[in-house]
Design a protein around this ligand. Structure first.
Ligand SMILES: Cc1ncc(COP(=O)(O)O)c(C=O)c1O
Length: 362
């Protein structure tokens, strides 16, 4: 053995990839406090009877066998809902996994992704872990995707563009025209992440553009308006070649049999699942009006189940937490100085948040 090289048996630890050495695992705090309004889940449980029906249906599953790999029944049901063919639809374990699969298929060291800022905080993480060089492009001063912003996106000559609509954390949807311009001025896969779209007006979705924009991908989730964050189920709608390409990077049997059934039952009960949206919208508007009426609070218009607001109080996040109210802290993020994001909860939770905020600002 050459001098200076330790015997292999003495090496106790393999260092993690160099680019991950200083990385903190991503995730919003999961704290056991009375009012949790930090991850944009829906406060209401799934409809009564849902779990009973899932339990009844999974009793017959042959769990000794692998699940249907291309999850045909679930895709067919999703496709019917969207007015597409089943080979234009693909599901995975949450929309995060969908986004990861898209970056695995179309990203990588030789490619470039662009995402807008402010935007969903997982985009940088997904670009990093897929070794995809990424460029952030700022939305305008009102956090809108204007023609000038679209021009700045195109100037990067991206392979992938990631746009949340409604934007998280801002709450505003991106218009059809802006998506069309981004598509038509780039050669990129344009990924519109519609995690919250069911909370707004249906016309906010760019689903109708799929027939006209060949490189458009729409990503959705069961975690938000469908109140199934615990299920981990998301999907994409796109041209068939996108689904073919994503299949090249998916793990075999990535979508388990229980989840496939649970997703199908949720789609069958869609009307019950989504029946709470008016209440969420009413509560959102009530909370927004209360925030607007408070001195020193700026609030952004939202078509989602959360509100972004700004104050000049440095430690507001901690002051709310001291009162048992957990929100999302963006105050140290670029362009979001002083900003917090609050998820719309039950009326009681929203009242508790507003009372805690008034107290913290007093
Ligand atoms: C914009 C956006 N996209 C995607 C996701 C991921 O959702 P999930 O992986 O639960 O489907 C979230 C979750 O907060 C989100 O806000």
């Amino acid at each position: 053995m050459s001098a200076g090289v330790p015997p292999r048996a003495a090496v106790e630890r393999l260092p993690v990839r160099a680019d991950l050495a200083d990385v903190e695992p991503y995730g919003a705090p999961q704290l056991d406090v009375p009012v949790r309004l930090n991850t944009n889940e829906t406060a209401d449980l799934p409809p009564a009877g849902y779990l009973d029906e899932v339990a009844r249906r999974i009793t017959g599953l042959e769990l000794n066998r692998y699940p249907d790999r291309p999850h045909r029944e679930l895709r067919a049901a999703l496709a019917r809902r969207l007015g597409l063919s089943a080979d234009q639809v693909w599901a995975a374990n949450g929309s995060n996994e969908i986004l990861q699969q898209l970056l695995q298929a179309y990203g990588g060291p030789e490619r470039r992704a662009v995402y807008v800022r402010p935007g969903y905080s997982m985009y940088p993480e997904l670009c990093r872990t897929s070794l995809t060089p990424a460029v952030e492009v700022d939305l305008d001063d009102d956090f809108q995707l204007t023609p000038e912003v679209a021009q700045a996106v195109a100037a990067q000559d991206p392979d992938l563009v990631l746009v949340p609509s409604p934007n998280n954390p801002v709450g505003t949807p991106v218009g059809h025209d802006a998506i069309r311009v981004v598509h038509d001025t780039t050669r990129a896969l344009v990924v519109v992440d519609e995690a919250y779209v069911e909370f707004g007006a249906p016309e906010a979705s760019v689903l109708d553009l799929l027939a006209h924009l060949p490189r458009l991908v729409i990503v959705r989730t069961f975690s938000k308006a469908f109140r199934l964050a615990g299920l981990r189920l998301g999907y994409l709608a796109a041209a068939t070649w996108v689904v073919d390409d994503v299949e090249k990077v998916r793990l075999p049997y990535h979508l388990d049999a229980v989840k496939q059934v649970a997703g199908l039952v949720a789609l069958e009960q869609e009307a019950d699942f989504l029946g709470h949206r008016q209440q969420v919208a009413d509560e959102r508007d009530r909370v927004a009006a209360s925030l607007t009426a408070m001195d020193g609070v700026e609030v952004w218009p939202s078509a989602a189940n959360f509100l972004l607001f700004r104050t000049a109080v440095d430690d507001l996040f901690a002051r709310l937490l001291d009162q048992g109210v957990l929100v999302r802290d963006f105050s140290s993020k670029p362009r979001l100085t002083g900003c917090l994001r609050v998820t719309i909860g039950t009326p009681d939770e929203n009242d508790a948040f507003l009372a805690a905020l008034r107290h913290a600002l007093a």
